[in-house]
Design a protein around this ligand. Structure first.
Ligand code: NAP
Length: 267
């Protein structure tokens, strides 16, 4: 069965990459595209950009199996609500949700529609999250200091990146003192670094697609684990897999990329 897909944020950097990859995939068909830009314009043969205000009507008309969401946190909350109440499954890649926005997503999705949400759909980053946990676990007894540096293009609207936030959450389970305190950049007379700190630093420059480093510094040495995305295909190829995978799910809840990869790994 060909999976019918709608894309929100279709004129954006990520959305457009996902659109391009869907068009090259024989098992998926682009049936709708939404953005604030280029409304009414033909994005590809037969598919015009619709405005988010038209989403409810368009989804009811073209009945996609899955909506891929790559916009911004405020827009995504509304788009997810519209998709969920129209029984359209979800792949949400948007980042920067506050705790209350994430709760709104959970409420809209749970019991209504299957959805996979990940701040990073790259396979490499999903392995990176496992590696940084393992390194932190092994170094926990030796009081290594852990810091995160992320780099992105100058158009990115949220900081730190969703990938860095998830990395910080993972590391926070392994600080020497058990408790962790996130420190975002440093400026002025900060005083000495404390053992429970995890520093998180966001670089924004030109067209960097996305880089994340976790460094572990101990007496006389430093271990660094880095992931570098060289193109947005790293994310969109994972999103394409997620579209296929979530289209086969029936339970109405939020799934993780980790669950998907484990299932695919074990066939
Ligand atoms: P972008 O280039 O700004 O694209 C987002 C597009 O969505 C823009 O054209 C934007 O218009 C449009 N938009 C805004 N509100 C909308 C609405 N209500 N409905 C439909 N479209 C709307 O951003 P991007 O670089 O593609 O990133 C998009 C999101 O994906 C960000 O949160 C980013 O962090 C995330 N991301 C996730 C992954 C992953 O693997 N999960 C990878 C990369 C990026 P305006 O410019 O007018 O707002």
């Amino acid at each position: 069965m060909v999976i019918k897909v709608a894309v929100a944020g279709a004129k954006g950097r990520m959305g457009y990459q996902v659109v391009s990859d869907i068009l090259e995939n024989d098992d998926q068909e682009l049936v709708a595209a939404f953005d604030l830009h280029g409304v009414g314009e033909e994005l590809t043969q037969g598919i015009k950009i619709s405005s988010p205000d038209e989403m409810e009507n368009v989804l009811q008309e073209v009945k996609p199996h899955v909506l891929a969401e790559f916009t911004n946190a405020t827009a995504a909350v509304e788009n997810v609500k519209v998709a969920a109440r129209n029984n359209v499954k979800l792949v949400v890649g948007t980042t920067g949700f506050s705790a209350s926005q994430f709760k709104e997503l959970e409420d809209a999705i749970t019991g209504h529609v299957p959805a996979i949400i990940s701040p990073n759909f790259s396979i490499g980053v999903n392995v990176f999250w496992k590696l940084i946990a393992e390194a932190a676990r092994q170094l926990q007894a030796y009081q290594y200091h852990m810091e995160i540096v992320e780099m992105h293009h100058s158009h990115k609207k949220d900081a730190p990146s969703g990938t860095a936030v998830k990395a910080a959450e993972i590391l926070s389970g392994y600080t020497t003192k058990g408790a962790s305190k996130f420190v975002y950049g440093r400026q002025g007379i900060t005083g000495e670094r404390t053992d429970e700190e995890i520093g998180i630093h966001a670089v924004r420059a030109d067209e960097i697609v996305g880089e994340h480093t976790v460094l572990y510094a101990g007496k006389g040495e430093r271990l660094e684990i880095t992931h570098r995305a060289q193109s947005r295909e790293a994310f969109s190829q994972g999103a394409i897999k997620a579209i296929e995978w979530i289209s086969g799910k029936e339970k109405s809840r939020i799934y993780s990329m980790d669950e998907m990869l484990k299932e695919l790994e074990h066939g």
